[in-house]
Design a protein around this ligand. Structure first.
Ligand SMILES: *[C@@H]1O[C@H](CO)[C@@H](O)[C@H](O)[C@H]1NC(C)=O
Ligand SMILES: *[C@@H]1O[C@H](CO)[C@@H](O)[C@H](O)[C@H]1NC(C)=O
Length: 387
């Protein structure tokens, strides 16, 4: 473990690290909210989930919450065509908008023109990805993909053929690059990370995220190791408990240093860059909002009086480490039509419990506080205090 830690640091210092800068932009939901379209509160990244989960996902709709998502550039094909993609640790497929698709949502984005790429090869395999609000149809093909200057050959990618509905219309991304384990991959497409590993493109089979706070620049995903300019102190590790999502165990949860019994029998958590909020097991949501003194608001979420002080600090016990979240991490000041309010960026988890244990989703709220490392060689997740 120690050796691994040293190795990762060494890799971080070397030239082998592949860095992709990420931009922090308004989320789809916020932009749709501005147009009066409401999406479920529980589905921040419009993540696709099996239908049985979606059916129960219609919690409270929300409107104009200014949450964010993080996108970066990749290039596909020869000569390269550039796309903005959401780097998502909560899904496994790569897909982009394509010129097979002529809906409004596709036409509003950069579309991949497969006929102009000399390295493209087609398949007849189609796919369907149901999202919280809307859906995506597509066809798989293979092409060269360039991520941060590293070239992945024969990457299976989804080309959209139909994007009905409005949800992708306002998205600032042209596609999604999934970074979870291959078991979640629709159509058994080999994920980008797995091809990077197979093609020997990485010095170390890990990637890591830094998500900036307060609208600052410098967010990035790094492949092949860690970027030690983006965190302070030590990286603490915890094993992956299910090789699907980046799923880990939570051994305890405390509010202002008072240990609750919520995770005394263990909880599970998914570490998900594609979810904006922190999500809490449904059975504890009420208690948590009470501890914050939050009130349900007209937007279907929770907010607090902006003058409230002494809001609680939460702490997760993850493999014996104490990872705390101060109120500054989960309260977001929102301005809407001259009216200011303080939103609680916590929602209840829409996925069912995992391994029989309550499930949390450690989304961007958590990941802005902690630099996160996803290690495929040792199947573990590392956290360090973000700069
Ligand atoms: C795609 O590329 C081909 C070949 O370069 C070109 O003829 C065609 O017009 C392009 N399609 C679009 C929609 O731009
Ligand atoms: C956890 O960390 C927080 C913030 O650093 C600190 O206030 C708290 O005392 C710690 N709790 C434990 C149990 O170590």
């Amino acid at each position: 473990m120690k050796c691994l830690f040293i190795l990762l640091v060494c890799v971080g210092l070397s030239d082998g690290l592949i860095r992709v800068p990420l931009q922090r932009l308004k989320s789809i939901r916020q932009q749709l909210g501005e147009k009066g379209v409401r999406l479920p509160l529980s589905d921040p990244a419009l993540k696709y989930e099996p239908y049985k989960f979606l059916a129960s996902a219609v919690v409270d709709p929300m409107a104009n919450y200014a949450d964010t998502t993080y996108y970066g550039s990749i290039a596909i094909g020869t000569p390269p065509q550039t796309f903005q993609v959401l780097f998502d640790t909560g899904s496994a497929n790569l897909w982009v908008d394509s010129d097979y698709c002529n809906t409004q949502a596709c036409n509003a984005h950069t579309k991949f023109n497969h006929t102009s790429s000399s390295t493209y090869s087609s398949t007849s395999q189609t796919f369907y990805l149901p999202y919280g609000s809307g859906s995506l149809y597509g066809i798989f093909g293979y092409d060269t993909v360039n991520v941060g200057g590293t070239v992945i050959k024969k990457q299976m990618l989804g080309l959209s053929t139909n994007e009905p509905g409005q949800n992708f219309l306002v998205a600032q991304f042209d596609g999604i690059l999934g970074l979870s384990y291959p078991s979640l991959s629709v159509g058994q497409a080999t994920p980008v990370m797995d091809n990077m590993m197979k093609q020997g493109l990485l010095e170390y089979n890990a990637f890591a995220f830094y998500l900036s706070r307060n609208g600052q620049q410098g967010s990035e995903v790094a492949f092949g190791g860690v970027d030690n300019t983006k965190y302070q102190g030590q990286i603490y590790w915890t094993p992956v408990t299910s090789q699907t999502y980046w799923q880990i165990e939570i051994k305890g949860f405390s509010i202002n240093n008072q240990e609750t019994d919520w995770c005394s029998q263990g909880c599970q958590a998914i570490v998900d860059t594609g979810t904006s909020f922190l999500t809490c097991p449904q059975q504890y949501m009420g208690y948590l909002m009470q501890a914050i003194g939050a009130q349900a608001d007209q937007f279907g979420g929770y907010s607090v009086d902006c003058n409230a002080n002494n809001l609680p600090t939460f702490a997760f016990n993850i493999n014996g480490m104490n990872l705390s979240l101060p109120s500054s991490s989960y309260i977001m000041v929102q301005n809407q039509g001259g009216y200011q309010f303080c939103m609680v960026a916590i929602s209840s988890t829409y996925l069912p419990s995992q391994n029989g244990q309550p499930l949390w989703i450690l989304g961007d709220v958590f990941l802005r506080e902690y630099y996160s490392v996803y290690d495929r060689t040792n199947n573990q997740v590392g956290f360090a205090k973000a700069i």
